[in-house]
Design a binder for this molecule. Structure first.
Ligand code: C2O
Ligand code: CU
Length: 474
């Protein structure tokens, strides 16, 4: 079924149609410089929970959950012929990638929604190496919640030395006892509180008991949080992984603060994990973000065979920096964005559809969150902030709500400068930054990517209930 808008190249013909083939064919490092393929979104059935349960009806890419792993090389180009076979309009957003505005996949803002039966040709260069992911940006609560997402890996031209790489795409699902997705996507409590937290956590679309490892090996573990709203805080008992990148962007390698990696929705982390246990041993990987509900995600299960090496690999783990322009703090334009609203937030009134209304009235429309006192009604809005192209910007995010918010900016990665005035160590760049209740976080970046970019909370229910705005770079 050739896509009308895209000429089929030889490589694409090779990849066309088969999601599994896509991953296999381009998953072999080093990835090709130019990668192209077809990505079909459609309803499907997958075995998420295990053989003693029925299959789950999902919406997914390439017939599987997660969707096919797209893997390319830094400096290369990605062309994806998107084919929408869903019962509703959709788009594909390339989360964290610095793409041209027209390729960003935000309906109304950067492209027309792709109607059922239609397609769209996405094509862009890959300036940055790192761990990214893709997902729809239309009806996100439902579309991502039903299983539409996949990993996107951009390899460094010279990757660090490891024995192998693993990608764990984390998600949670709200399911019935029959493993069917609970379809309360408009649940008002979710929208006003923590978002749609599920009752079933999957890693790469299943519930694995173990992750087999070999003593002495070094693994680069790429973690992706694809959940609508769930936070993960993973502890690798008995091990001391080092964090080498957050949201795709390298940082100075360091031990995990408090021994755990906290990932809000949409966040990614690259860890270097030295398997320092002995053959036959087992160690739990525990998620204790919601402390009363701590659970074992899986176990690292050491094979019985002899260790790969006796002492940890002695090779550097620092990744080369991506070509991100350093913001000039002295001359930067300063802006502040106040996060308001939600349950127990104390926001009395806000601007909605151009009118000042009480939050109760706005809540009748299903909206409860505001940025700078404005509740987003639709995606195409007047800009919240306008930045001059090429200028540096420092934005202070002030959380006046009672909830954590993973705030995501499209089209740029930003330095995380301070939290409550204290400098953030390790040279952290992110595209999705957690802002805790009553916390102030300063971020900085060079506004070098022209266009209207979405800035929103990545708890998808918060975004749907008004926590989004447009940042214009002109
Ligand atoms: Cu993960 Cu606005 O996107
Ligand atoms: Cu939020």
């Amino acid at each position: 079924m050739p896509h009308p808008k895209l000429k089929l190249s030889r490589r694409e013909a090779l990849l066309a149609g088969a999601g599994a083939a896509l991953a296999g064919a381009i998953g072999l490092p080093p990835a090709a410089a130019a990668v192209s393929g077809r990505l079909t979104a459609k309803p499907g059935r997958v075995q998420l929970v295990g053989p003693s349960y029925p299959e789950t009806e999902v919406w997914c890419y390439g017939g599987r959950v997660p969707g096919p792993e797209l893997r390319a090389r830094q400096g290369g180009r990605l062309s994806v012929a998107f084919d929408n076979r869903l019962p509703q309009s959709s788009t594909v957003h390339w989360h964290g990638l610095r793409v041209p505005n027209a390729m960003d996949g935000v309906p109304e803002l950067t492209q027309a929604p792709v109607a059922p039966g239609d397609g769209f040709a996405y094509e862009f260069d890959l300036p940055d190496a790192g761990t990214y992911w893709y997902h729809p940006h239309q009806g996100s609560v439902e579309q991502v919640g039903r299983g539409l997402y996949g990993p996107l890996i951009v390899e460094e031209p010279e990757p660090i030395r490891v024995d192998r790489e693993a990608v764990w795409v984390l998600d949670d699902w709200r399911m019935t006892q029959e493993a069917a997705i609970v379809e309360d996507f408009d649940n008002f409590h979710d929208h006003t509180h923590n978002g749609r937290i599920g009752n079933t956590v999957t890693v790469n679309g299943s519930i694995p008991e173990t992750f087999p490892v070999r003593a002495g090996e070094r693994i680069r573990l790429r973690l992706i949080n694809a959940a609508n709203a769930r936070f993960f805080a993973l502890k690798f008992t008995g091990h001391a992984p080092r964090l080498i990148a957050l949201d795709g962007q390298p940082c100075r390698p360091h031990a995990l603060p408090e021994g755990r990696i906290v990932l809000g929705p949409a966040m990614r982390a690259d860890l270097v994990l030295d398997l320092s246990g002995r053959p036959g041993e087992r160690f739990a990987v525990v998620d204790d973000h919601y402390q009363r509900f701590a659970y074992r995600l899986l176990e690292l299960a050491y094979e019985a065979g002899p260790p790969l090496r006796e002492s940890p690999l002695d090779a550097p783990v620092a990744l080369p920096a991506n070509p991100l322009p350093a913001p000039e703090l002295g001359t930067a334009l300063r802006q502040r964005i106040v996060l308001g609203g939600g349950a127990m937030g104390g926001l009395a009134s806000a601007t909605f559809r151009g009118e000042t209304l009480g939050l109760r009235e706005i809540a009748r429309e299903g909206k409860v969150w505001a940025l700078n006192g404005i509740v987003a009604d639709r995606i195409k809005m007047d800009p919240l902030v306008t930045l001059k192209r090429g200028r540096s910007a420092v934005i202070e995010l002030v959380n006046e709500t009672a909830f954590d918010h993973p705030m995501h900016l499209h089209g740029h990665s930003f330095r995380v400068l301070t939290r409550d005035g204290r400098p953030v160590p390790h040279g952290i760049w992110q595209d999705t930054v957690l802002v805790a209740p009553r916390e102030k976080v300063e971020i900085a970046f060079v506004a070098d990517n022209p266009g209207d970019w979405l800035f929103h909370c990545h708890i998808l229910e918060h975004m749907a209930a008004g926590m989004m705005g447009v940042l214009r770079v002109a």
